[in-house]
Design a protein around this ligand. Structure first.
Ligand code: ADP
Length: 575
């Protein structure tokens, strides 16, 4: 909680105002019973109508003041609470966006979602409660006791009996509830995880007839969460009736003993009525405190989880002395680069040295798991390398601000990720301010225009979540158009032509050649035909470069390359 409190700094003024308003509200609540006692004991007993009207009018004003303060305090605390929630969510989101892939793996996507939604809501709710209760509960509790004692000392013995009973109930409830509250957030994570997998993997689940299995998994997580929630609600539900019971017994006791005292003339009727109200105030303040006991543990469990996200420092940070490369547009150089994933036994890449020049196409080929995607993910600095150097336009990637580094790159990932929105919005993802002509041109080059024009709304057609209403090849072409529209210095195609038919692949590559003639192009490919005419082919095997050169040379010098080629091309094609 403590760390999150820095988000409250900007609301200091508003918080003080809430406190003042709550103070006024509590004051009016404490004063009203005394006025009422006066009306009864003086006005009614003496039959003084004027007095009743005068005090009654005064009571109305005080009550109205109390009501206005209450409304204003609720309004303000709601504003503070939701503003706080918004700011924390914003921070959590931007922190998560700066995470490297490694940090994503550590906390898990499902948990990150719960943390940035439900957990923040929990904290927000408690914050609003605290703002309202922090001042009013002690004031009403202590003020109520003082007022009650001042009305009748002997009758106040009832308070001495009631408070310990209520305290025992509260402590019992807090003890029972706290572990449950901590557990419920974790169970919520689990449910989120199962439903995410169930929804995103629906095709696979259907194809393998695992619907029942998934349903069972979901039921388990759901029942687990439900049972905990029921237990918590049982406890919460018990609070009110128990408190009411104690309160009503206390009232009976006051009327009973108060009646005796009125009988022997040591107490007045109005005072007894006021006394009952003060006891109520005291008990209400205790109920509020007990609610805090119930809600704070859950919120503090949530706060810990939020802080965990905020405290995670991304491994990759911008250098203190950033340099912006200017010359050698798009020139990439790897110098003895070695890289290992966290926890991996051996490096995914070792001792990689090569350079890729603008105006040239550098192809990377190799078996699955040979490190092709890994190599490419190092250029936008998705991961930091263990040793060696990666230079972009002569400057170490560590020294280039991530934003300007990535602005240079047009990446087409292996798995085409699209976003909900129209086709043109998805293409403009590459360049916000692209003109309609630029979007059209990119789509044409990417061979996407044909299927886009067949869609009912053309470029304004809506893409479903994850691009589910498009075929694999269509998604790939849009992803290519998205990279093309940027006109970047460096193009990276990570196995981006795999879902295209041969004809489209050939046409696309021809158009690309013209489009990318001034840029550095890196292509990861499985098909030899895609890369045969590259200016330079890098052959990877188990994270090492085993051959580098042109197709013809590699055929003679590189055994691994020859194997890949002969597995794909016939003897005639080879010749
Ligand atoms: P390719 O693209 O050539 O198929 P990759 O670059 O994807 O190969 O993978 C190279 C090696 O790194 C593989 O052995 C793979 O298991 C490992 N690897 C890939 N991604 C990760 C990751 N996020 N965490 C740990 N190991 C990984």
């Amino acid at each position: 909680m403590a760390k999150l409190s820095r988000f409250l700094k900007i609301y200091t003024g508003a918080i003080i105002l809430v406190f003042i308003l709550v103070f006024l509200q509590s004051l009016s609540q404490l004063y009203l019973p005394t006025l009422m006692a006066k009306i009864v004991d003086i006005g009614i007993v003496q039959g003084d109508t004027n007095y009743i009207l005068r005090i009654g009018f005064f009571m109305l004003i005080i009550a109205a003041g109390g009501v206005i303060s209450t409304i204003a305090a609720s309004f303000l605390s709601a504003k503070i609470g939701s503003g706080f929630g918004k700011n924390v969510r914003e921070q959590v989101f931007s922190r998560v966006e700066s995470f490297t892939l490694h940090e994503f793996d550590k906390i898990g996507t499902a948990s990150l979602i719960t943390r940035s939604t439900n957990d923040i809501t929990q904290v927000e709710r408690v914050l609003m409660l605290i703002l309202r209760i922090m001042i009013s509960a002690p004031m009403m509790g202590i003020g109520g006791i003082i007022m009650a004692v001042s009305k009748d000392l002997k009758l106040s013995l009832i308070i001495v009996i009631v408070i310990p009973i209520i305290s025992i109930v509260i402590i019992y409830i807090a003890k029972k509830g706290m572990p449950l509250f901590k557990a419920i957030q974790i169970k919520l994570d689990k449910l989120n995880l199962v439903s995410r997998e169930g929804l995103t993997g629906i095709r696979v689940i259907r194809a393998f007839n695992r619907i029942n299995h998934e349903q069972r998994r979901f039921d388990e997580a759901n029942t687990d969460l439900t049972n905990t929630a029921i237990k918590i609600n049982q406890i919460m539900a018990a609070v009110m009736p128990i408190m009411m019971l104690i309160m009503n017994f206390a009232t009976i006791a006051i009327i009973w003993f108060g009646g005796i005292r009125i009988d022997d003339g040591s107490m007045q009727v109005g005072d007894m009525m006021a006394f009952i109200q003060y006891i109520m105030l005291i008990m209400f303040s205790l109920i509020m405190v007990s609610m805090m006991f119930v809600m704070v543990p859950r919120a503090s469990a949530s706060a810990v989880r939020i802080n965990e996200v905020l405290d995670t420092i991304p491994e990759i940070n911008d250098s203190q002395q950033p340099k912006n490369p200017t010359t050698q547009r798009g020139f990439i150089e790897f110098k003895k680069v070695t890289f290992s994933y966290h926890g991996a036994e051996k490096p995914a890449l070792s001792n990689i040295s090569f350079s890729a020049r603008p105006g040239e196409m550098t192809a990377i080929i190799g078996g699955t798991g040979s490190g092709k995607s890994t190599l490419i993910s190092l250029i936008p600095r998705f991961y930091d390398i263990s040793s060696g150097k990666i230079l972009i336009e002569g400057v170490n990637v560590h020294e280039i601000p991530q934003k300007s580094l990535r602005a240079k790159i047009g990446l087409v990932p292996q798995k085409s990720v699209l976003f909900t929105g129209t086709i043109s919005e998805n293409i403009r993802f590459g360049k916000d301010d692209a003109s309609d002509n630029e979007v059209l041109h990119a789509a044409k080059t990417a061979q996407a225009i044909e299927f886009i024009s067949k869609m009912p709304d053309g470029f304004a057609s809506v893409i479903a979540q994850g691009g589910n209403n498009l075929s694999g090849g269509q998604k790939q072409r849009l992803a290519i158009a998205r990279a093309l529209v940027r006109k970047p210095d460096i193009y990276i195609f990570d196995d981006s032509f795999s879902a295209l038919d041969f004809k489209t692949d050939a046409k696309l590559r021809q158009m690309l050649k013209e489009e990318t003639k001034n840029s550095t192009v890196l292509i990861v490919a499985q098909r030899i035909s895609t890369i045969m005419d590259a200016d330079q082919i890098i052959v990877l095997d188990q994270g090492e470069i085993v051959g580098i050169g042109k197709h013809k040379d590699l055929l003679n010098t590189c055994e691994v390359y020859r194997e890949i080629v002969s597995s794909q091309l016939s003897e005639e094609e080879l010749a």
